[in-house]
Design a protein around this ligand. Structure first.
Ligand SMILES: NC(=O)c1ccc[n+]([C@@H]2O[C@H](COP(=O)([O-])OP(=O)(O)OC[C@H]3O[C@@H](n4cnc5c(N)ncnc54)[C@H](OP(=O)(O)O)[C@@H]3O)[C@@H](O)[C@H]2O)c1
Length: 324
């Protein structure tokens, strides 16, 4: 198939593009060309890289036609955050029959009622990002269920991989938390540390896209959570990281207001965004319909990322040899 990947050189694309090439697809990789993929791979030599500013072309109303003009069999849209942007691409693809795979987020769900959360529950998103993503999901799946187009929506959790900082055991991306755990120093957690985060390795997200691409008849008109097998509690996460560094976990617990006051507002806000949702998502549907089978547990994905942070001098493991 000819597959256009929009936003191809980021966390997901770095793994997805080599997988698509390996499967024999003709790949067009769209981005502004401002960065390299996280992973060097010879597959990129076989890819047609197209430089585009999607935001600028969306505003001009030309992006949908730009993509459609390449006559793709399928489009993987990793870069859609508003309904008008989603609609523009959708309307351009309907006449040519391309299969549209959209990247959503588990934040289409707000706070959960029952866990693990399944895809069929009523969406109760809050915050502009989750609200927009839920509205895009509704737009695309409604259209697919009407039979005018094939669309699938995949909802990743917190994406992890070597090359960037994973959401940490206090629910933000401060490296200091990992450094303190690595040294056996005390880390304060909000509340009782029993709120959850739900990571996924970037390659597992790529796996899910490849499987959805291979099963359009079963996947079209559907959305799927794409996360690791299980979420982790902040406390369990912190203990596991300390143990991985060969240190005792010295944890303390503070009521939310006390905890948040000790952090920069942006860090505290990011923690709040994660723990107010405390995601714990089911992957049963993706496993059953797509054959999705994550290679990494949450902690395995995190340890691989930590290994990269240590090797690149961002986390100090005090000379310890580590393995994941
Ligand atoms: N990161 C997470 O933890 C997470 C969790 C859940 C869902 N998601 C979803 O995942 C998707 C993002 O995927 P990702 O994390 O792989 O992305 P990413 O790492 O942020 O990479 C973004 C990609 O898009 C390109 N890009 C950025 N702005 C662009 C523009 N204006 N025009 C054209 N290309 C542009 C970037 O390359 P250039 O900079 O060179 O243009 C890059 O290839 C989003 O739909 C997001 O909602 C992410």
């Amino acid at each position: 198939m000819k597959v256009v990947v929009v936003g191809a050189t980021g966390h997901i694309g770095s793994y997805l593009v080599p997988r698509l090439v390996a499967d024999g697809h003709e790949v067009v990789a769209m981005s502004r060309g401002e960065r390299r993929p996280y992973l060097e791979h010879r597959a990129w030599e076989q890819v047609d890289s197209v430089q585009v500013d999607r935001v600028a072309e969306d505003a001009l109303g030309t992006f949908g036609e730009h993509v459609a003009s390449m006559r793709p069999d399928a489009v993987v849209d990793l870069l859609c955050f508003t309904v008008p942007s989603g609609r523009q691409l959708l309307e351009a693809l309907v006449p040519i029959g391309s299969y549209l795979l959209h990247c959503g987020t588990i934040w289409v769900h707000g706070s959960a009622v029952e866990v693990p959360v399944t895809e069929d529950v009523v969406r109760r998103p809050f915050g502009d990002y989750g609200v927009q993503k839920a509205a895009i999901e509704e737009l695309l799946l409604d259209e697919a269920r009407r039979g005018t187009v094939r669309c699938t929506v995949l909802h990743p959790g917190h994406i992890v991989g070597p090359g960037w900082v994973p959401v940490n055991p206090v629910g933000n991306v401060s490296l200091e938390v990992f450094n303190r755990l690595a040294k056996g120093e005390e880390v304060a957690l909000p509340n009782f540390g029993l709120e959850t985060v739900h990571h996924v390795h970037a390659d597992d997200v790529a796996q899910a896209f490849v499987k959805a691409l291979a099963h359009p008849a079963a996947a079209s008109g559907e959305s799927f959570h794409v996360v690791s097998g299980r979420a982790v509690t902040l406390r369990g996460y912190a203990e596991s990281v300390a143990q991985w560094f060969g240190q005792p976990a010295r944890l303390s617990f503070q009521p939310w207001e006390t905890w948040a006051a000790a952090w920069e507002p942006a860090d505290a806000q990011l923690t709040w965004e994660h723990i107010i949702r405390s995601p714990s998502m089911s992957i049963d549907k993706a496993a059953k319909i797509l054959g999705y089978c994550p290679r990494f547990s949450s902690l395995e994905a995190i340890f691989e990322s930590l290994m990269w942070l240590v090797d690149n001098g961002k986390v100090d493991a005090a000379g310890r040899r580590l393995a994941f």
